[in-house]
Design a protein. Sequence first.
Length: 377
Amino acid sequence: MKLGMFMMPGHPPERALYDAIQQDLEEIEWLDELGFVEAWIGEHQTNPWEPIAANDLVVAQALARTKDIKVCTGGYIPLFHAPGPLALRIAQLDHMAQGRFICGLAASSLPMDQALVNVDAASGDNRKIMQEALEIMIKMWTEHVGEDGEANVWTYEGQFHTVKNVENHFPYRAWLKPYQDPHPPIAVASISPSSASLRWAGEKGFIPQSMMFNAETLKGTWQAYADGAESAGRTPDRALWRVSRDTFVADTDEEAKAYVKNSMMGRFWEEIIIKTMVGMGAAPFLKHDPSVPDEAIDLDYLIDNLFLVGSPETVTEKVNQLQEDTGGFGTLLPVKYDWGTIEDPRAHAAAYRRNLELLATEVAPNVRDVIAAPAAS
């Protein structure tokens, strides 16, 4: 099993944005030093607890401060972007990354993000916009410029966007292609156990990324992806599957639990996530047993039954159990939360880095490989 990091990233609203981003960049440097393979950076416009509105600006700075780790958008939300210019912006970023970039996309699950651009998610338009935008972007990456260097002339007329690739007007012409051929790898994130987005990702052969819920929910997201792949004649490969999980490792179980309960991770869950999940009827995604009443879901319950929290031995056991329960996945993405206090953004830096070191050196090497090799497509 490989290790990455999903950086929503979670910071308290009181944190100065500059300080928040500097913390994220420092952590990505640590991840690079410790051999983590990926860092995924989220994007929202209206969530003060996830304050990154332009994730590729953070990606660009992180690439300049690291050597090996892939720094990925996790993900662009196409609701906020015109797909033609976005495709060329990503192509430029791909050149800057020199192979260390994966382009993740998400349909958007926040009602205020959707309202900002007048999209009603109940209609499924947020998902349809993402799919149409990616069709246009792939067309731009692969058909923007012909083999002769001349522009390919075409018009894409979709439900939400019309994009024209026109003939050259010397000295102005189409010229930009991505660094990776034919384009950066594409990843799609989803939280729903019957995700239409992941079914579509399976059909297209994109990378699936599932969010931080219980094993039964994760199995549902994988099944949606696998069904989509098989419907298109593809063989789904569990090694591609990225799974996010709230994680903290310390030398003892008691230290790890105490950290979470007194950290921004604990505060975020208590103030925002638990209330949101219960309020939207998604509490079952958090339960280890459907018979658990919603009112029993608190931070202690989550630490014991959902999160990967504890000593290296405890967390290794929990990861192994998660691998068995889900059928196996290729990369674990612990979720990043602010590791400071309101007064000091670096207050718990040493404990947080120790957690990353234990994950890399004592947990990941001891996780059992349960993934069977996929049959040839």
